[in-house]
Design a protein around this ligand. Sequence first.
Ligand code: ZN
Length: 150
Amino acid sequence: MAQVESFSLDHTKVKAPYVRKAGVYTGPKGDKVSKFDLRFTQPNKEFMNSAGMHALEHLMATYMRDYLEDIIDLSPMGCRTGFYLTVWGEPDVKDIISGLEKTLKEVVKATEVPATTEVQCGNYLEHSLEEAVGYANKLLSQGISDKVFG
Ligand code: ZN
């Protein structure tokens, strides 16, 4: 069976919200790709609603590229406690936190969710701007740590 990095993280020990470097991968030509765990809520205690998290995904995908370079992908975690961010290179966790905070400050000012048509999204009716803004505000007020275990 394959070893999945995040399955070996003890989710009972972490203290959200935090950003963690989950792995660095090297391609055959030497290119580096880094994956970050952006943990918004405390695992097994609190999770985001689907509509709010989905809206937050669309908003972050739009704004984050203004503040962080070389983004490959931002994807929601199935447990709805956070997102995975994949980028080229090996940026520092602190740079990701700084970019994430700037992104969230844009999210709280948003008046609509981007790309919410049947053509652009696979579940276009399931978006809550109000919840997304609430999650972003909560995260900004809590502060995002670079320490996984508090
Ligand atoms: Zn969508």
